[in-house]
Ligand binder design. Structure first.
Ligand SMILES: CC(C)(COP(=O)(O)OP(=O)(O)OC[C@H]1O[C@@H](n2cnc3c(N)ncnc32)[C@H](O)[C@@H]1OP(=O)(O)O)[C@@H](O)C(=O)NCCC(=O)NCCS
Length: 256
């Protein structure tokens, strides 16, 4: 019998793999990453329609980068599954620090599926986004340290989100649905997420649209945030507070 701690994830009866089905796009599911996905990452990450809007993946993106990324996300997914496994005797659903699923796949009628994108919700490590605009480097580092130290379940934890979807699937409402589903089905109830600080390069209307449609609001622009391929990029900071949840972390600090 499947571990009830996986709720609301479903389990593929054939492969035993857990998955989350999107609320509105019923043929789209989110699963753990798979080794076979690594063969696809380089072509996706070397496509200008993708890398143009991402600050962190290396460019050009090689098979080694793909393996390193896979090792990281697989370890995160496995860690969450291990915690859920360890709690399977508990009658209450536990909170976990990560999400076991992140690879977005379209299911075909013949039962196969294809990898079409990625979405991750994780604890924010970026002091720059969490600290006030005029904070110096020490203050930013302190915000990052405090956020890392907060106990799971603390509504003041700042989380963040990152995503992409392959270009042939853009503009069909899939990422709006993926974020909505992952946020409300897993992040809020199973990770205790109450506050998210995310960002997109200025001008990334697709990403800003996804955030806005999920109730994120723009709080500021960080000018000249990063230089990518010789171009300085401004960053649009988008924040989300769960309706009815406590105020965001910075709002009750005496140094605001
Ligand atoms: C950003 C991204 C994930 C959006 O995914 P998507 O599934 O195409 O987004 P949606 O279809 O849910 O669109 C959300 C909203 O933004 C709008 N939108 C989407 N792409 C747009 C674009 N290129 N220009 C203007 N608006 C756009 C949509 O029209 C929609 O609003 P609407 O419902 O009012 O029409 C996708 O474009 C992508 O992967 N881009 C490259 C990587 C990236 O930017 N990642 C995010 C980094 S912060």
């Amino acid at each position: 019998m499947a571990n009830s701690q996986l709720y609301p994830l479903e389990v593929n009866p054939r492969t035993g793999e857990p998955f989350l089905r999107l609320k509105n796009h019923k043929t789209i599911i989110i699963t753990p990453p798979r080794q076979e996905d690594t063969a696809l990452y380089p072509a996706i990450m070397n496509d200008p329609r993708i890398y143009e809007w991402l600050g962190s993946p290396p460019s050009p993106y090689t098979a080694d980068h793909a393996e390193a990324w896979y090792a990281r996300v697989k370890a995160t997914s496995d860690g969450a599954l291990k915690d859920l496994e360890a709690a399977q005797e508990s009658s209450d659903l536990i909170l976990v620090g990560d999400c076991p699923v992140r690879a977005i796949r379209e299911m075909k009628e013949d039962g196969t599926d294809i990898f079409i994108g990625d979405i991750g919700i994780m604890r924010s490590a970026g002091g720059k986004l969490m600290a006030p605009a005029d904070a110096d480097d020490d203050q930013k580092a302190k915000h990052a340290e405090e956020n890392a130290a907060r106990k799971l379940g603390d509504p003041k934890i700042a989380w963040t989100v990152g995503y992409y979807i392959i270009p042939s699937y853009h503009g069909r409402g899939i990422m709006t649905d993926a974020l909505q589903t992952l946020l409300w089905e897993w992040a809020v109830p199973r990770m205790g997420v109450r506050y998210i600080v995310a960002s997109a390069f200025e001008g990334n209307e697709g990403s800003l649209g996804v955030f806005r449609k999920n109730g994120f609001v723009q709080t500021r622009i960080i000018e000249n945030h990063i230089e990518t391929r010789g171009q300085w990029r401004n960053l649009t900071v988008m924040e989300w507070n769960m309706p009815g949840a406590e105020a965001r972390p910075n709002s009750d600090s005496p140094d605001q």
